[in-house]
Ligand binder design. Structure first.
Ligand code: SAH
Ligand code: SF4
Length: 341
C-alpha cells in the first residue's frame, strides 16, 4: 500500500525520504507543496527533480480521501461528505462568515457518547479517525475555497477527547505546517475529565469549549451520558483550574431544550455552579434531528430571556447563530449515514 504524506510533518517526511536514498532536506519543499500550496499531484511539484517525482509517485500519495458530495446552504456554508479508504464517510463543514471562514472538523466516524439530541450520537459509533483523515478534511475544503480557511473548530462528528492523540497531532500540524494560530483553534468536548486534564498540562493557547447543557448532575446524566463517569462537579472544578492554569477563558456550550434545561431553576443552578470560573456561556438553539425521543427546541423568545437573566448577573453569554441548517450541516445534525436526518 502507498504511504500517505498528509498527516506527516516535515521531519517525518524527511525520515521517509531517506528510506529511498533521498536527502531529508528535500522534505521542506515537499511539505510546502502539500501544506502551503495544497498541491496533491507530484507532477505539479515543479522544483523537485523528475527522478524524485517519479519515486514519490510510485511509492506514495499525498492524500487518500476524496470529496464525495458537496452541498451549499443558502447562507454560503458548505457541507462536505468525505469518503475514506474503508468506504466510511465523514462530514465536515466550511462555515462562511463575512470576514473569515471556519472549518468544522470531525474526529470520529459516529460517536459513542450518544447524547439524545445529537444526530451523530444517535447514528452509532464506528471508529476513530486517523491524523491524515482529520487533516484531509481541512485540506480538501481549503482546496475548493477561494479564501483561506483561517479558523478551526472540532465540532463535527465525534468526541475529540476520546480520540486524543490523533486530534492533538492534527492540531500540531495545522499549527506548525499550515500556520493556523492556536488561538484560532477550538476543541469542543462533552467533558472527558482525564483528557481535559492532559490538555491542560500541555498549556496550549487553543480554545476549549465544554458542552455543559446542564449544571445539574441528574439532568446531565440524561443529556450527556458520560456524566456518570465524568461527574459535573468534578468537571467544573477542573474547568476552573484549566482557566487558571492556561489563562484562557472557557466556553460552556448549552443546547437549549424546551422544558428540560431552560427553566428558571436551570438559570439558578448555572449561576451558583459557574460562579468563580473564568468563562463565557454560549446558548445554542437546538437544531432539529430525526429522533425517537421527542425533544423540542426552546423558542427564541425564551432563549433571549435566559440570556438576559444570566447577563444581568454578570455572565458573558451569547446566543449562537446557527449556520447551515438548510442542508443539515448545523451543529449536531451530522450523522454517519448522510441524509438520515
Ligand atoms: N462531541 C463534542 C463535539 C461535537 S458536537 C461535543 O459534544 O462537544 C459539537 C456541538 O454541537 C456540541 O456543543 C453539541 O452539544 C452540539 N449539538 C449536538 N447536537 C445538536 C443539535 N441537534 N442542535 C444544536 N447543537 C447540537
Ligand atoms: Fe457525541 Fe458531541 Fe454528539 Fe454528544 S453532542 S453525541 S458527544 S458528537
Amino acid at each position: 500500500m502507498k504511504e500517505t504524506l498528509i498527516g506527516k510533518d516535515t521531519k517525518e517526511i524527511g525520515t521517509y525520504l531517506t528510506e529511498f536514498n533521498e536527502p531529508a532536506y528535500k522534505a521542506k519543499q515537499i511539505s510546502k507543496w502539500i501544506y502551503q500550496k495544497n498541491v496533491r499531484n507530484f507532477e505539479d511539484m515543479t522544483d523537485l527533480s523528475k527522478d524524485l517525482r517519479a519515486k514519490l509517485l510510485e511509492n506514495t500519495q499525498v492524500g487518500k480521501n476524496e470529496v464525495s458530495l458537496k452541498t451549499a446552504s443558502n447562507d454560503r456554508t458548505i457541507k462536505y461528505l468525505i469518503k475514506l479508504e474503508d468506504n466510511s464517510t465523514v462530514e465536515c463543514v466550511n462555515i462562511f462568515q463575512p470576514d473569515h471562514q471556519t472549518a468544522c472538523l470531525s474526529t470520529q466516524v459516529g460517536c459513542n457518547v450518544k447524547c439524545p439530541f445529537c444526530a451523530t450520537g444517535l447514528s452509532g459509533f464506528k471508529r476513530n479517525l486517523s491524523v491524515d483523515e482529520i487533516l484531509d478534511q481541512y485540506m480538501l475544503m481549503q482546496k475548493e475555497s477561494d479564501d483561506r480557511i483561517s479558523q478551526i473548530v472540532f465540532m463535527g462528528m465525534g468526541e475529540p477527547m476520546l480520540n486524543y492523540d490523533n486530534t492533538m497531532r492534527s492540531i500540531e500540524i495545522l499549527n506548525k505546517e499550515i500556520g493556523i494560530g492556536m488561538r484560532h483553534i477550538t476543541i469542543s468536548t462533552s467533558g472527558i475529565i482525564k483528557n481535559i486534564r492532559r490538555l491542560m498540562e500541555e498549556k496550549l493557547q487553543l480554545n476549549l469549549a465544554i458542552s455543559l447543557h446542564s449544571a445539574n448532575s441528574e439532568l446531565r446524566n440524561r443529556l450527556v451520558t458520560i456524566n456518570k463517569q465524568n461527574p459535573v462537579y468534578e468537571l467544573l472544578r477542573l474547568a476552573k483550574e484549566y482557566a487558571n492554569v492556561t489563562k484562557r477563558r472557557i466556553t460552556f456550550e448549552y443546547v437549549m431544550l424546551k422544558g428540560i434545561n431552560d427553566r428558571d431553576q436551570d438559570i439558578d443552578e448555572l449561576l451558583t455552579k459557574l460562579n468563580g470560573i473564568h468563562c463565557h456561556i454560549n446558548l445554542i438553539p437546538h437544531n432539529p434531528i430525526y429522533s425517537a425521543e421527542k425533544l423540542d427546541a426552546t423558542p427564541m423568545s425564551r432563549i433571549k430571556e435566559f440570556q438576559e437573566e444570566l447577563a444581568a448577573k454578570g455572565f458573558p453569554v451569547t446566543v449562537r447563530m446557527s449556520r447551515g441548517s438548510s442542508t443539515s450541516s448545523a451543529c449536531g445534525q451530522l450523522s454517519v449515514i448522510s441524509g438520515k436526518n
